[in-house]
Design a protein around this ligand. Structure first.
Ligand SMILES: [Zn+2]
Ligand SMILES: [Zn+2]
Length: 516
């Protein structure tokens, strides 16, 4: 990859117009023009660049305004490189000049002879403020240069982590490949920037196993260039990836593809209908009805309730967050406008509030479910048994499903206890007892978890990841659940007998859509 760079063949020589416009003194320019005539403003240097190019490069704003008011050439037609003064302003990071030139009508997407747009040029030089400004004016994010590299490729290659983050945030596809078959991970390895490599790998933006046209993986390029810390990091990542890949293959085998499989959902129903109920009807009921009629009636009633809650929690929308919200887009603009003043910690804190998939600001307790591919209010967990998420809206039904299911299994075991205490000579029932016993263990664990959630006011998600959420962290570093207001309140809250905390509502994210 070659880089754009305005050449400095013309030094500040006050005997030429090119030197005078760089002098930062408008009075000198005016005197020079008075002496030589206004046409001097359209003179070309040895490479076809105009006084406007040089004024934008390191002259004053007043000089640029003066040149524009005097209709000096301000496009790219005069030079072979086809660079407009806007390209130069983007390279030098001069936002005021960019603004003046755009107001004068220079096309923000015009390419130079190498295919660089002003946005690509600003990315090469890591000028985040200009990038933000150009994007707000509708600059083409996906424009490619003659080698198929876009602004993101250049930001990565020139090792600008902030610009990389900005461009991905604004929607540049991180998976694009250039004409050399290289991904942005290849380019990050060529630049040797560990920060960017970590950013790309940890956010799962790119497959590290893709080979370029020469059959090289990103790690091969880092190795060739002697970037040992990069190689170490990528090797560690590769080991983790292999381990995860094995685990996910095993899960696929057991449960099918994430979110799309009805395997567990249907298996559970089939086991009930074709195994557990026949056992009850043909092996338990005939031998227990006369002595334990009420217990059997309770079993049947509980069973009806369990199926009711099962389908209720399966079909009920768990509390999806609205997608593609206006608050999200205005938050992003604010974030980008303030990007230079934010510390990395503030960046992380603000970014953690957003879901880029749903394009929404998440209120407290909401989280994105990868299986449903939606953000869920008061996200608890994604449950393969009910093939749905458990969240704010369907958690009461979930609790009653788990309770009735546990009761059903324990009652079945109790019936077997009664039958076996009369006679152990029931070998045909042994497999059924084992299956119901395993079901009972699972149900009791689920009931324990759900009861803990009700009593403690922690969602299952928060129980596992409470260290990750800032709203649980106190100043001294300890963890405190700000939603826990005592057992009585927690029970009412869980079962929707009182309003949820304002912090976890969509109204909260709408009212707090500003950078903190
Ligand atoms: Zn989401
Ligand atoms: Zn889900």
């Amino acid at each position: 990859m070659e880089n754009f760079k305005p050449k400095q063949m013309v030094s500040i020589d006050l005997k030429t117009i090119f030197g005078v416009v760089r002098s930062n003194k408008l009075s000198l320019v005016e005197q020079f023009v008075a002496k030589k005539g206004v046409n001097i403003l359209n003179e070309l240097d040895s490479e076809g660049f105009t006084p406007m190019h040089w004024a934008v490069y390191d002259g004053s704003v007043e000089t640029v305004r003066y040149l524009l008011n005097n209709n000096a050439i301000h496009d790219s037609s005069s030079n072979k490189a086809n660079q407009s003064p806007l390209h130069w302003a983007c390279a030098k990071g001069r936002l005021e000049m960019v603004s003046l030139l755009v107001e004068k009508g220079i096309n923000v997407n015009q390419k130079d002879s190498k295919g660089y747009t002003p946005l690509i040029t600003a990315s090469q030089f890591g000028n985040a403020a200009i990038i933000t400004y150009l994007i707000s004016l509708g600059a083409d994010l996906d424009a490619e240069d003659n080698n198929g590299d876009n602004a993101l490729h250049w930001a990565v290659y020139k090792a600008h982590p902030d610009v990389t983050r900005l461009l991905i945030l604004f929607g540049v596809n991180p998976k694009t490949i250039d004409k050399f078959g290289q991904t942005i991970l290849h380019l990050a390895c060529l630049s040797g920037n560990l920060n960017i490599v970590q950013q790309l790998i940890e956010q799962d933006f790119i497959d590290s196993q893709i080979c370029d046209r020469n059959g090289k993986k990103a790690i091969d390029l880092a190795r060739n260039r002697g970037y040992s810390s990069l190689v170490d990091y990528l090797e560690r990542h590769e080991k983790m990836r292999r381990k995860k890949s094995f685990e996910s293959k095993l899960k696929m085998l057991l449960f099918g593809p994430v979110g799309n499989s009805k395997c567990v959902f249907l298996t559970i129903q089939a086991l009930y209908i074709f195994y557990e109920y026949p056992i009850y009807l043909f092996r338990i009921l005939p031998d227990t009805w006369s002595d334990h009629m009420y217990l059997n009636l309770f079993f049947i009633l509980n069973s009806i309730l369990m199926w009711f809650f099962y389908y209720s929690v399966h079909l009920c929308e768990p509390g999806f967050l609205r997608q593609n919200t206006t608050e999200y887009h205005s938050f992003l603009k604010q974030l980008l406008a303030q990007s230079s003043r934010l510390t990395p910690a503030e960046w992380t804190k603000n970014l953690a509030r957003l879901c880029h998939t749903c394009k929404a600001i998440k209120p407290y307790r909401a989280s994105h479910c990868r299986a449903c591919n939606r953000c869920i209010l008061a996200y608890d967990h994604h449950c393969p048994y009910i093939q749905n998420c458990v969240g704010y809206k369907n958690r009461p039904q979930f609790f009653f499903f788990v309770l009735s299911s546990t009761t059903l299994q324990l009652l079945s075991l109790y019936f077997f206890y009664i039958l076996f205490s009369k006679s152990m000579d029931r070998y045909i029932d042994y497999p059924g007892v084992i299956m119901i016993f395993l079901f009972a263990i699972m149900a009791v664990i689920l009931l324990f978890q759900a009861t803990f959630s009700v009593a403690s006011n922690y969602t299952a998600n928060e129980t596992v990841k409470k260290n990750k959420y800032d709203y649980f962290k106190r100043a001294d570093g300890s963890i405190k659940n700000i939603f826990d207001k005592g057992l009585c309140y927690n029970i009412k809250y869980y079962f929707h007998l009182i309003e949820p905390s304002y912090l976890e509502t969509e109204e909260f994210s709408r009212a707090n859509g500003h950078v903190v």
